[in-house]
Design a protein around this ligand. Structure first.
Ligand SMILES: [Cu+2]
Length: 509
């Protein structure tokens, strides 16, 4: 009785929000698993499963000392081949999409010196990092290109040409990623290629015996669309990405591409020996959600979530993954016979977006890996929550235009929506109108509940992004433990983020 009433009310409120903005948002949400609108490519697309899977190169440190490792990354424009025989201009870390993978070891400080050779300011955010505020990539802390003569934004910390991002790396092993986070322009900048993996390992994880080395595969899934000239198609109001933020309607609900890229390759094929592999699944799409399954069916044994290892492995039949989320899974290709083809599908897709990638299983080989029943200790008991905050993520007017709001307000870098005290534990009750994957910087959290039920099957372990579905409420338990200062939380549908759906929390020392 109460459940159906809740459902009815939830449905009504979603319709109410949509009717206020007309049919465009409804079109992006009706019967769909993502909030967004398909932007079709205007160029012939390759057949899936023709191109080899590749792993992004691992960046070597420029130098190391007793306590840390020092890296250099230049952000620059480049021409790359994504579609066979087609040149595509991108913006990339080291001119690559995805950027090079950075591998940190827990306890060793990591310093990344970023040089900006792009024609716009940039901000680097280490997504999932427990990072001091000044190093976190606050959206107004801009790194301008050297010799910049254009407008300058006030209210943030600025740098010219290059700056260091210093990461203490005191947190547990986890699959993190780094990407652009400039206020108002994150969506188009990430779409053009500014995203890469940053993996943290630690001795406790190494000792587990999980698949390692070339059986530990980062898998960045991102949808994109291509224009007739081979460029990445994106509906920016201002393609210079300098003055007017936002996208043309009907794409304000989110931009969905029709090409599924895995580590920058359309629908690739990986040759894998018949042994267990660890797949570090990352959804780096702007707005698309995926429901990933294997065909023929086989379990995706989840060992980790956004912020690190689960306490125990969980055999998932499918993985539902929203923008910003990571799922670490182990797939045992030893279950298949040599020569067999295993396809990773997206059950939320249609037409070209139902396929993700393929594995071709090779010969049986010795497999020393294992998936132990215990992966990580139970999380330290957080103190009792000192308060509960309600945060409502909804469509709304932003500067008189259709946009996205938190508790009715659009992003204002100068006005914190929350001021937790360092060390405090709080409950945040998040509610949605449409799909909103909500990401908190700085802190990992645990999902306590969804609606009147417990956490969902994809909410386990340490999280930094929770996938809210339309007209849903989730409660999360978060401890603001590591650093004081000014951080953001936001929807990781990047079009929503750019069009207002971001807030500041300031951790009081
Ligand atoms: Cu959103």
């Amino acid at each position: 009785m109460s459940l159906s009433r809740r459902r009815l009310l939830g449905g009504l409120s979603a319709i109410g929000a949509a009717s206020a903005v007309g049919i465009q948002i409804l079109a992006g949400v009706r019967g769909s698993s993502s909030t967004g609108e398909l932007l079709p490519s205007r160029i012939g697309l390759p057949k899936p499963f023709r191109l080899p899977f590749r792993v992004p190169p691992v960046l070597a440190p420029a130098r190391s000392d007793a306590t840390g490792d020092y890296y250099r990354v230049t952000q620059r424009a480049a021409l790359v081949e994504i579609l066979p025989g087609v040149r595509t201009p991108i913006w990339g870390y080291e001119g690559l999409f995805p950027g090079p993978t950075i591998r940190s070891v827990r306890g060793r400080r990591t310093v990344v010196t970023h040089t900006n050779e792009l024609p716009v300011p940039v901000v680097v955010h280490l997504h999932g990092g427990h990072t001091p505020a000044g190093q976190d990539g606050f959206p107004a802390d801009l790194l301008y290109p050297a010799g910049w003569t254009g407008d300058m934004m006030t209210g943030g910390v600025m740098a010219h040409g290059r700056r260091d991002y210093v990461y203490p790396m005191t947190q547990p092993a986890a699959t993190l990623w780094y990407h652009d986070h400039r206020m108002d322009f994150t969506g188009p900048a990430v779409w053009r290629g500014l995203a890469g993996f940053h993996l943290i390992s630690d001795p406790a994880e190494d000792a587990l015996g999980l698949p390692a080395g070339d059986r530990d595969l980062p898998v960045m899934i991102a949808d994109r669309s291509f224009d007739a000239d081979g460029s990445l198609r994106y509906p920016s109001l201002d393609p210079s990405l300098l003055h007017t933020p936002g996208v043309r309607e009907p794409y304000g609900s989110g931009v969905l591409g029709d090409v599924i890229l895995v580590n920058g390759v359309p629908w690739p094929v990986a040759e894998v020996p018949a042994a267990r592999h660890r797949l570090r699944l990352l959804n780096a799409s702007n707005a698309r959600r995926y429901r990933l399954t294997l065909d023929p069916p086989g379990p995706l044994v989840q060992v980790g979530a956004d912020g690190g290892l689960l306490e125990s492995p969980v055999a998932q039949e499918a993985v539902e993954i929203a923008p910003g989320e990571r799922f670490d899974v182990v797939v045992d290709f030893g279950r298949y016979r040599p020569g067999q083809v295993v396809t990773m599908r997206n059950e939320f897709g249609d037409h070209t977006t139902t396929a993700v990638m393929r594995f071709r299983v090779g010969a049986a080989v010795p497999d020393p890996s294992r998936v132990p029943d215990r992966l990580a200790p139970a999380p330290a008991a957080a103190g009792p929550a000192v308060m509960t905050r309600d945060l409502r993520f909804r469509h709304g007017k932003v500067n008189g235009m259709a946009g996205w709001t938190i508790n009715g307000a659009a992003f204002d870098p100068a006005r914190p929506a929350a001021t937790p005290r360092l060390g405090d534990t709080e409950i945040w009750r998040l509610s949605s109108d449409f799909h909103h994957p909500i990401h908190l910087h700085l802190a990992s959290f645990r999902v306590l509940s969804r609606g009147i039920g417990g956490p969902g099957p994809y909410d386990q372990g340490p999280k930094d992004t929770v996938d809210l579905r339309p007209a849903e409420q989730a409660s999360i338990l978060v401890r603001f433990a590591d650093h004081p200062g000014r951080y953001v939380f936001h929807c990781h549908n990047l079009e929503h983020e750019d069009m207002g759906m971001m807030g500041v929390f300031a951790v009081r020392p």
